[in-house]
Design a protein around this ligand. Sequence first.
Ligand code: NAP
Length: 249
Amino acid sequence: MEQPLAGKVALITGGGSGVGFAVARLCAAEGMAVGLLGRTAERLAAAAETIAQVGGRTLPLVADVRDWPAVQAAVERLVERFGRLDLLVNNAGVSGRATVDETSIERWQETVATNLIGAFHCAKAALPHLRAAGGGWIIGIASGAAKRGYAGLSAYAASKAGLVLFNESLALEVEADRIKVSTIILGTVLTDFGTRTREQKLASRAAGERFLEPEDVAHAVRYLLTQEPRAWTQELNLWPGPAGPSPTR
Ligand SMILES: NC(=O)c1ccc[n+]([C@@H]2O[C@H](COP(=O)([O-])OP(=O)(O)OC[C@H]3O[C@@H](n4cnc5c(N)ncnc54)[C@H](OP(=O)(O)O)[C@@H]3O)[C@@H](O)[C@H]2O)c1
């Protein structure tokens, strides 16, 4: 089968777990080389190993997206190793539930610094390389909390709403460079993210609550990467739906 993305290079932040890992695995399966960026070396090494076992090319990059010099160094390492950069997925994120009264200054700042400023750091470091490659993609992973407020999620909602408008602004700045900037807004995914573990979410699913799987997000990323050059998806809203028809039957 034709692999239009083969030979391209991706950087996935938060690539060691959950949604980021699913995106990284799919990119590697499409023939892309993949940099997996996160703070936890063991988690990144395990993810890289899993992808390598099925023939994928990966590079674990230990860095904190809040740390601008560390992000710059990680992007340089990736480009040194694989020669180019075509895709950045700004997926790294933290959450946590606390009211404004309860939350510490540090926790609120950490959420915005990771989810919003971290995405800015990664985009700024990636842009020269995307331009050098003749164009590319920047995809931000946001949340339904970017669109409406939730009690106890003020930092998370503000950071993700900021990411949406950061991406909208950046898209206009770089469209002439053939760089497409898109945001995927997600409903709840079956990962350990947030205040419930994957196990707890599975129990809720058994009781009727709907969830996305990380692979659903990876498929949405592939859709964005394989659109015709003339088409641009600014924002994609991905919700867990009622059971629909199977694509394979
Ligand atoms: N799961 C959901 O229900 C849901 C819903 C809507 C949106 N999302 C979004 O989806 C994205 C991925 O979440 P997930 O569900 O896959 O959860 P996850 O498994 O907890 O993934 C978050 C990833 O971000 C990395 N990370 C966190 N802080 C970082 C930092 N400062 N620097 C570098 N990496 C950092 C983590 O790795 P380290 O801790 O090792 O650094 C981890 O790999 C997040 O942006 C989240 O907001 C999730």
